[in-house]
Design a protein around this ligand. Structure first.
Ligand code: 5AD
Ligand code: SF4
Length: 436
């Protein structure tokens, strides 16, 4: 009877959610005999792993679970996990009574205990060692996501994360190294270290041990034999000290692409966001990175129309964009979130049409930059770690500085580094021919 139960998971939001979904799947496979399906109609259990960073995904959630409820097969269960689960808790079941259980972002390890309990709501944000222990999972053979910390101690005034994921606790370095080693033994060559604020790693452990640093963790992880590439997200610009930047520059296993979430280029706005750094600090850190790391790619997050953002403030953001020359920008229009400090700034709210115009201007500026910066790559040769084969016979992978590359190929290249001669570019990727 319990054989062949099928699980369908939909994942919204960030990479921590992606990793949590991998863990959910692994736990339910190992302990409850589920296998994954990508067909909702076949599933015995449907899980939505939610995000609450911006408002849109929350409203999307309720319309989506309504749809799932209509399409699901008779008797199938629905569970809601992730940040919106943490933040709305039992209200989800009140609003959508056909939801069977709710599991918060910090309680994923409890998934196997609640799947069979109708009406279960597991959303505490207390620390619990067991949350680090998961069955191993294997979705992408070559890349593995490993959590290095949970929660966030910052109080950025726009951000709901500290209230959904709780206080920041680091996972002991030896557990992280172990998990990376296990993944490498299973064929992984690349690790993505994950946390809301990775470079404040090591300030607090659940067992009260001595402090550690992210730089030391990077050194530990890079000693794992067989591991070829290390990535991490998200670092905080405030904690990019010289020691970290120097390790980033000289450690050959670290991918030379860094996410530096700017949020705003205006020191005034940064102050009211409580980001802890100034425009000058950000520019200084980016310049130091560029100086020490040739071919560095920098990606960022920017919020426009934060309450009180003047035209001059916005010009400061454009100025930083022009100076740093980000290779990728994730743009957001400010979205008020429950329980955040910025909600009290409602009197300084920016009219929506101004917010939209600023967003468009930023996107256009960046588009123009990419249209200039990408074509000169045609004719160059790049080294690529091939990760997957597409049905059309193309393989795809990433360069050391994390630019996606497509080329004709076959499964013999999977998991290998190859040289690709670039023949064409888009704004965000390269196309070419494998030459060796
Ligand atoms: N409104 C708009 N964008 C937000 N982000 C986080 N909270 C909000 C909000 N309330 C963005 C930030 C963050 C990214 C993950 O989402 O830029 O870095
Ligand atoms: Fe949110 Fe700021 Fe923590 Fe990032 S650092 S998760 S933006 S509170």
């Amino acid at each position: 009877m319990s054989e062949n139960k099928k699980l369908f998971i939909q994942t919204l939001g960030c990479q921590m959610n992606d990793t949590d979904s991998v863990h959910i799947q692994a736990e339910l496979e190992k302990h409850k005999g589920y296998t994954a399906t990508d067909k909702l109609e076949d599933a015995d259990l449907i899980i939505i792993n939610t995000c609450s960073v911006r408002e849109k995904p929350v409203s999307k959630l309720f319309s989506e679970i309504g749809q799932f409820n209509k399409k699901k097969k008779e008797g199938a269960k629905i569970g809601v996990c992730g940040c919106t689960a943490s933040h709305l808790g039992k209200d989800i079941i009140k609003r959508a009574p056909y939801v069977d259980f709710v599991v918060g972002a910090r309680n994923i390890s409890k998934i196997k205990d609640v799947v069979d309990v109708k009406g279960a709501v597991e959303i505490s944000i207390d620390n619990d060692e067991s949350m680090y222990e998961f069955a191993s999972a294997n979705t992408n053979r070559y890349r593995v996501g490993v959590n290095i910390s949970v929660g966030c101690d910052k109080k950025c005034t726009y951000c709901i994360v500290p209230s959904t994921r709780g206080e920041e606790i680091s996972i002991p370095p030896e557990m992280i190294v172990n998990e990376v080693q296990k993944a490498v033994n299973n064929g992984a060559v690349e690790v993505m270290l994950l946390g809301q604020n990775v470079n404040s790693y090591g300030r607090r452990f659940s067992d009260g041990r001595e402090k550690y640093t992210f730089t030391r963790l990077l050194q530990d992880v890079s000693k794992v034999e067989g591991l070829k590439r290390i990535r991490f997200t998200s670092p905080h610009p405030l904690h990019m000290d010289d020691e970290f930047i120097e390790e980033f520059a000289k450690n050959e296993k670290i991918s030379k692409c860094i996410h530096m979430p700017l949020q705003s280029g205006s020191t005034e706005v940064l102050k009211s966001m409580k980001r802890g750094y100034t425009k000058e600090w950000f520019l200084n850190r980016a310049a130091k990175m560029r100086q020490l790391v040739p071919n560095l790619r920098i990606t960022t997050d920017i919020i426009v129309a934060f309450p009180g953002e003047t035209h001059e403030d916005f010009l400061d953001t454009l100025d930083v964009v022009n100076q740093v020359k980000f290779d990728q920008i994730f743009n957001f229009k400010y979205s008020p979130r429950p329980g955040t400090e910025a909600l009290n700034m409602a009197d300084k709210e920016i009219p929506d049409e101004i917010g939209s115009a600023r967003l468009t201007e930023l996107i256009e500026l960046h588009k123009r930059y990419l249209e200039e910066s990408m074509p000169p790559l045609i004719g160059s040769t790049v080294n690529v770690l091939i990760e997957s084969l597409k049905p059309n016979g193309e393989v795809t992978g990433y360069t050391d500085n994390y630019l996606q590359v497509f080329a004709k190929g076959s499964d013999e290249y999977l998991g290998k580094f190859v040289d690709v001669k670039v023949t064409d570019v888009t704004r965000t990727a390269l196309k070419g021919e494998i030459i060796s």
